[in-house]
Design a protein around this ligand. Sequence first.
Ligand code: NI
Length: 183
Amino acid sequence: MAILKIARMGHPVLARKADPVGDPTATEVRRLVRDMIETMIDAPGAGLAAPQVHVPLRVVVFQAPKERADPSLAEAELFEHTAPLTVLINPGWESLDDSSEGGWEGCLSVPGLRGYVERAAHIRYWGLDLEGQRVERTARGFHARAVQHELDHLDGILYPSRMGDLSRLIFDSEMKHWLEQQA
Ligand code: NI
């Protein structure tokens, strides 16, 4: 296991389209995923895409724990809002309706900053796991946001490019002013 170096905004590996994985069950893929998970947990982050560790392959890991979901949700509503630690190889997604929602995002490749990004609110996504089995889920809330953010990395897109209003690109340390405003 190894903690990998994270590429930061400006590195070309973050700006290119990543390549599909030929064999999801290959030992090198398993090793890469293990190291990505260790790196994500160490950072800590909610998700990580292979290009962020300088590997231009279509692989992401992420989790959407209950703690990140909207606290006003009832237990029965949480299903689409949460996801266990998940590996997706050669993934894709589509929106299930026209709804979108805004939320604050951070990225391990854009350290110290937060940005307010509008994303599809209800999606379906799919990909392969390390056994080559298809994973397919629907997602809402932070879960849907995390998937879209990570899959953007595979197409060379960082969240600031998704922002409509750059006045909402702020330093982490100033987040408190925005939370006060929302309260
Ligand atoms: Ni990111």
